[in-house]
Design a protein around this ligand. Structure first.
Ligand code: XMP
Length: 514
């Protein structure tokens, strides 16, 4: 394991992902963890992340020098680099000279462990106020910028390395290469970690955890729950029952994908609850977005619990486990934890105990999203499910601006299917993060379709690119693709007479309209 010490902000997750892209397993630990505890994990290497603090701020995170004396290779980045510098006796000045964004880096030792095979001049991503002016004894300075005399230092003897910039972000042109040089050359690690091992390992763990008991899993149609369920099904077969609540707010073909393709690929036992009527009734007359979310969430839990109760009634009290598709970023963000949490499920269904306690099975808690997709692929899940773009739990319910009705949902489903089809045909699925299609049901627009004047509704295309949905930019789709989508939607979906493009980044706009 490579430990990524998290000094705050979102850098640590990105670094951990990049390390795994280099096929070395990594885990994130908080910078508040005592060094003895970090070393007890027997790390093969340690990476110190960047962070929002200045090393001179009062209360800024520090590091015990013992970390650098344990013989474990260490790579410091940005804040981690500066901390390494001052901890080992170098000089970091509060120069006031800030560097932010894309910065030219001059490599002074082209053949060094970190920079071997990369150009002497490269572009890196900087974000700092303080600057290292003298490296600690024993280090060789290997790169600089116009503002920072020491932008990288290396000590092959002690296997300690550092760079002032952020090699983990894509704007640092040779960042991944430099990270790999640290891992392979500096720390002597081999690129052996794959999601292939994850399947075998998780199947064994799930078998052990579930034993001869039974488990339930709620399928949302999304990647995470599908892969989690597929893993558990591989481990314990029909001791698992999946529940799929069809709330009528899914996109075209998605429910069928779960009912047919997912079941065919996994052989899983599936209980489908057709709850469209119930959701539509509950949503009648509601146009406030938060109100919609609350209603959909509430109804969902009720329907799911009822299904759960029926399964327990059928299968007896051996149902002890609930499968969830929790991912590593959720685990890191909620402060770690050991996966032993119990969740309570409240019942008001006749004959069953008031509170039922389940143990969680979370086979994806160590994985990032792209790794979950790889595991899904290895488990033979259909491409449409594995590569599915993010889709909000409340579904199309929050993509109709105005009241949600069956007619409007059907309209939106058609328009959305056309947009998806054309984006796929143009080979743009990997480039865009997601492309909500939004029906402005409360807005009407005049048009001329066929021979006559129409008074219909506009739909909005909202294609965005993003790494994590926290920030996003609108995707610059080719005009021909936009034209094709627009023509098809206005031709094929009679009630829509206008297609508009959302050109807002996030922030200030969110990805969804509601
Ligand atoms: P926003 O609109 O906040 O969306 O920029 C960020 C990401 O989250 C998804 N999203 C949701 N997912 N329940 C969900 O499960 C929700 O209520 C919800 N709202 C937004 C959205 O699709 C995007 O990927």
């Amino acid at each position: 394991t490579v430990l990524v010490v998290d000094f705050g902000a979102q850098y640590a997750q990105l670094i951990a992902r990049r390390v795994r892209e280099a096929r070395v397993y990594s885990e994130i630990v908080p910078s508040t963890m005592p060094v003895s505890e970090m070393l007890a994990k027997n790390p093969k290497a340690i990476i110190l992340s960047g962070g929002p603090s200045s090393v001179y701020e009062e209360g800024a995170p520090r590091l015990d020098r013992a970390l650098f004396e344990a013989g474990v290779p260490v790579f410091g980045m940005c804040y981690g680099f500066q901390l390494m510098a001052i901890t080992l006796g170098g000089t970091v000045d509060n120069t006031g000279a800030r560097e932010y964004g894309r910065t030219p880096l001059h490599v002074s030792r082209a053949g060094s462990t970190l920079f071997e095979g990369t150009p002497t001049e490269q572009s890196v991503w900087m974000s700092h106020g303080d600057a290292c002016s003298a490296a600690p004894a024993g280090f060789t300075v290997t790169a600089s910028t116009a503002v920072v005399p020491v932008a990288a230092f290396e000590d092959d003897e002690r296997r300690l390395y550092g760079v002032q910039y952020h090699p983990e972000v894509l704007h640092s042109t040779h960042g991944q290469q430099i990270l790999e040089h640290f891992l392979y050359r500096g720390a002597g690690l081999a690129p052996t970690w794959t999601t292939h091992n994850v399947v075998d390992e998780q199947v064994a763990l799930i078998k052990e955890q579930v034993g001869d008991k039974r488990a339930i899993c709620g399928l949302s149609g999304g990647v995470d729950s599908a892969v989690a369920a597929a893993l558990v099904a591989r481990a314990v077969g029909d001791q698992l029952t999946c529940v799929y609540v069809d709330h009528g707010l899914m996109r075209k073909g998605e429910t069928e994908q779960v009912e047919k393709d997912f079941v065919a690929a996994t052989g899983v036992k599936l209980k489908v609850v057709d709850a469209e009527e119930r959701f539509l009734t509950a949503l009648k007359g509601v146009s406030d977005p938060e109100e919609k979310r609350k209603i959909i969430g509430r109804e969902f839990i009720r329907v799911f619990e009822q299904a759960q109760a029926e399964i327990i009634a059928d299968e007896g009290p051996a149902v002890e486990f609930l499968v969830q598709g929790t991912l590593y970023p959720d685990v890191v963000e909620s402060g770690g934890g050991t996966g032993t949490a119990n969740i309570k499920s409240h019942h008001n269904v006749g004959g069953l105990p008031e509170d039922l306690e389940f143990q969680l099975v979370e086979p994806l808690r160590k994985l990032f999203k792209d790794e979950v997709r790889m595991v899904g692929q290895e488990l033979g899940l259909p491409e449409e499910i594995v590569q599915r773009q993010p889709f909000p739990g409340p579904g199309l319910g929050i993509r109709i601006v105005g009241e949600v009705t069956k007619e409007r949902l059907d309209l939106l489903r058609e328009a959305d299917a056309i947009a998806r089809e054309e984006l796929t045909a143009a080979g743009l699925d990997r480039e865009i993060w997601q492309c909500p299609v939004v029906l402005l049901a409360d807005v009407r627009s005049v048009g001329v379709q066929g021979d006559g004047r129409t008074y219909g509704h506009p739909v909005v295309l909202r294609p965005v690119s993003s790494e994590d949905a926290m920030t996003a930019d609108w995707s610059r789709l080719p005009y021909e693709v936009l034209a094709k989508i627009s023509t098809r939607i206005t031709n094929e979906v009679r009630e829509v007479n206008r297609v508009v493009l959302d050109v807002t980044s996030k922030p200030p706009g969110t990805i969804e309209w509601e």
